[in-house]
Design a protein. Structure first.
Length: 118
C-alpha cells in the first residue's frame, strides 16, 4: 500500500457509512433532539401501542414505544401492524413545524418495517 492508500480508504469508508441508517439509541433521543435527526434516516425498535388506517386511503399511522418514549410512524407502503406487535422501523424523521424548542408533528416516514414478534 502506498502512503496515500490508507487515508483514501478511510475517507471512502466514512462516506459509505454516512449513507447508512442512523441508529438512534432510543425514541427519546429523537424526541429530545429532533433537529439533529430531522430529514435523516433512523432505525428504531418498539412495540405498537395504537394503529390507524382508513379504507381506500394509501396511508396508515401507528405509534411505537420502546420504553423511553413514543413516536408516530407514517406508513405509505402497506397497512399498519397490529397493536402489541414488536417492530423494527427504518425511515426518515420529519417534523411538521418547529416553534423554538417545541417540535410539532414529529414522526417517522416508514421506508421499511420488520415484525420482530407479535
Amino acid at each position: 500500500m502506498s502512503r496515500y492508500s490508507r487515508p483514501v480508504l478511510a475517507v471512502l469508508l466514512a462516506l459509505g457509512l454516512a449513507g447508512c441508517a442512523m441508529r438512534a439509541k432510543t425514541i427519546a433521543d429523537i424526541r429530545n433532539d429532533p433537529g439533529h435527526y430531522d430529514h435523516r434516516q433512523v432505525e428504531v425498535t418498539g412495540r405498537v401501542t395504537s394503529a390507524y388506517s382508513i379504507p381506500l386511503v394509501p396511508y396508515g399511522l401507528y405509534k411505537i414505544d420502546d420504553g423511553s418514549a413514543e413516536i408516530t410512524v407514517l406508513s405509505q407502503q402497506r397497512g399498519t401492524p397490529s397493536k402489541g406487535a414488536l417492530v423494527k422501523v427504518r425511515g426518515d424523521v420529519r417534523q411538521v413545524a418547529n416553534f423554538g424548542v417545541t417540535s410539532v408533528g414529529l414522526h417517522i416516514e416508514e421506508k421499511d418495517r420488520d415484525i420482530v414478534r407479535r
